[in-house]
Design a protein around this ligand. Sequence first.
Ligand code: AQP
Length: 332
Amino acid sequence: MSRIFSGVQPSGNLHLGNYLGAIRNFVGLQEDYECIYCAVDMHAITVWQDPADLRSNTREVAAAYIAAGVDPKRSIIFAQSTVAAHAELAWIFNCVARLGWLNRMTQFKEKAGKNRENASVGLYAYPSLMAADILAYKATHVPVGEDQKQHLELTRDIAQKFNNDYETETFPLVEPLIFGAATRVMSLRDGSKKMSKSDPSDYSRITFTDDRDSIAKKLRKARTDADPLPETEEGLKGRPEAANLVGIYAALADLSKQAVLDEFAGAAFSTFKPALTELAVEKFGPIGEEMKRLMADPAHVDTILKEGAERAAALAAPVMAEVKEVVGFIRP
Ligand code: AQP
């Protein structure tokens, strides 16, 4: 059976983009793959995290997976820092990846911004750790949102260079799984920016913890243009905010964008936004409620994370033994 690995950073403000672009897709994949889903806390600390918040956000990511439908008996749910293989393999990959490759990563450029000299070394080396996350389990498929495509290409480059340098076939070439009607959900305040945990405006995103009133308020305030909805997808060109809201509706309703437009062509946003609110409350609201219910019992979440870490460590152990042998590390 092919193996899936994916992760979400416990950096707070889990949002509808994380759900539609990644977490929702995790659920169906359990049918056909052995799945490993991680709260990537070591990635989160590449930018400052308050320690108490990090602990709580790590449990929240696990609770969000379960609330969305990931079955912790069938799939593995754990926190990255609790399995040492991630850090060990990341170091080896730091010695395989080239500076030139990392210099091309757009996420680093975006996150470091103008203050590049002050960014952490960890933020720069983030893609090596991501490659280690996946390859410590020899996972072959990685469900992610579109923004992670470049990092996955780097994972393939690292695997290929490792295999070439050491004349081995240790690592598979991973395939991204980018699917669904909303692989890139955009900010509600600016249709040219992706919905993001770190956006300073809470109005830019719908979060797992938003209740009906907050969802309604955020969608009411969502930026749009003055035109009614068009008849075809072609008519959404040059209207990023309208395209985003139609995309969110399509993803939540499991419809194509064209099917949504067939229903709402000619409608003003004053009609479409309340319909979208009802749909979001119906489809996304219960998941947030279930996440909050699970969070009321952190000991239960910790038990799931502990069992997951034990299962993950057992899968990574033979891979790490093989890698150390290939690299030439002695194992006294
Ligand atoms: N806007 C989005 N639309 C679709 N998918 C998205 N993802 C993130 N934002 C969107 C997907 O969610 C998964 C987890 O992401 P992450 O925790 O690794 O963080 P990120 O990709 O850096 O994005 P965030 O959540 O917006 O965090 P910040 O603000 O810290 O950059 C990934 O599969 C990602 O593709």
